[in-house]
Design a protein around this ligand. Structure first.
Ligand code: MRU
Length: 340
């Protein structure tokens, strides 16, 4: 059970069995999917049954263990694993945690091509994520001023990670310490991760939550009710560009206009120094059906799942090793590569 609130865990691993909370059905139906093979894992990631960069990485690590469970050929173990890892990575292109986890599992098999080794690595990824979220909460809590409003976009909460969340970690820690504050949650069209997931998990924890439509963020900022914006990310590039749920760029531009600090919660697993800038990142394009809704049939639709917020619109990053401030090319490298 999740310590952040009374919500179920996104990823459960018990006795070699992988179970994923079906987030497409939340908040009204709490159901788990038993993942028995690679294709089921691929499907769960591609259809957002499991979603959120860290949770995708954690699930991917365990999915490769499940997929290799019957592999007895030690000589062919690594080649088979690499082939399966490559297939799993094709489920979604943008969140770097999927390739990061696959790389770690393959590296473990290079050291020792057996099931025990990759299982230990998958469990280590999960355990590290718990510690990282705790540290994000600790380093980010002071950003939240008492009796003010924090705006967040999408779900970078306990449902998107192991527990506590990334952007929500400072909120849970501040709340646990008795600090009064309100969270404005963008509903986050088209799949409503804010309305269905973030508003649910924060209100379950007793945090003062107000759900807004994405197009209302400007008016709550104009009313002076927001003193901080805190969001998650799917990938942060070497220069500090932030790839996150579509609409995050809107929030960052509004923050610039209304002079509201815009912070990004960044676990080291989501930092991608291999990509120089946001222009180097593949943005997932999803089905028109997710947007069409009540629109007339045949209307042309665009549905990018993520956007890029340029580094210059970011006030700072909350990492598990502390806060990074501009210039991010050096501060992030210092904190997340050299610093620890
Ligand atoms: O499409 P999703 O729901 O996987 O998008 C999730 C986000 O954009 C989150 O903000 C991001 O993955 C960070 S989760 C800690």
């Amino acid at each position: 059970m999740n310590t952040a609130s009374s919500i179920p865990s996104a990823v459960e691993w018990r006795d070699g069995r992988l179970r994923l909370l079906d987030q497409r059905r939340l908040p009204h139906h709490v159901e788990y999917l038993d993942i028995a093979d690679l294709n089921q894992a691929w499907e769960a990631i591609n259809t957002l049954a499991v979603r959120g960069a860290p949770a995708i990485g954690i699930a991917a690590g365990y999915a490769l263990v499940v997929a290799m469970a019957d592999e007895t050929d030690r000589d062919g173990f690594l080649a088979t694993l690499r082939r399966k890892a490559e297939h799993l990575q094709s489920a979604r292109p943008t969140a770097v945690n999927l390739e990061w986890a696959a790389r770690r599992i393959c590296a473990a098999a290079e050291r020792s091509p057996d099931l025990q080794a990759i299982r230990a690595e998958a469990e280590a990824i999960h355990a590290e994520d718990r510690a990282i979220c705790q540290a994000l909460g600790h380093h980010g809590k002071h950003l939240i001023q008492p009796d003010t409003g924090v705006l967040t976009h999408c779900n970078a909460g306990a449902l998107a990670v192991s527990e506590l969340g990334t952007a929500t970690a400072p909120m849970y820690v501040s709340h646990a310490e008795g600090k009064p504050f309100r969270v404005f949650v963008d509903e986050t069209r088209p799949l409503l991760q804010g309305a269905r997931l973030t508003a649910w998990e924060l209100s379950q924890a007793g945090i003062d939550v107000q759900l807004i439509c994405d197009n209302m963020a400007a008016s709550v900022m104009a009313a002076g009710e927001v003193s901080l914006a805190l969001v998650g990310t799917d990938r942060v590039t070497r220069n500090g560009d932030v790839v996150n749920k579509i609409g995050t760029l809107n929030v960052a531009i509004l923050c610039k206009h209304f002079d509201v600090p815009f912070y990004v919660a960044l676990p080291s697993s989501t930092y991608d120094p291999q990509s120089a800038t946001g222009a180097d990142v593949t943005i997932e394009q999803r089905s028109a059906d997710e947007v069409l809704g009540t629109a007339a049939a045949g209307v042309s639709v665009r549905n990018p799942a993520f956007d890029v917020t340029p580094a210059e619109l970011v006030t700072g990053f909350v990492t598990e090793h502390g806060i990074a401030k501009p210039p991010f090319a050096t501060s992030l490298a210092d904190l997340l590569i050299a610093g620890h």
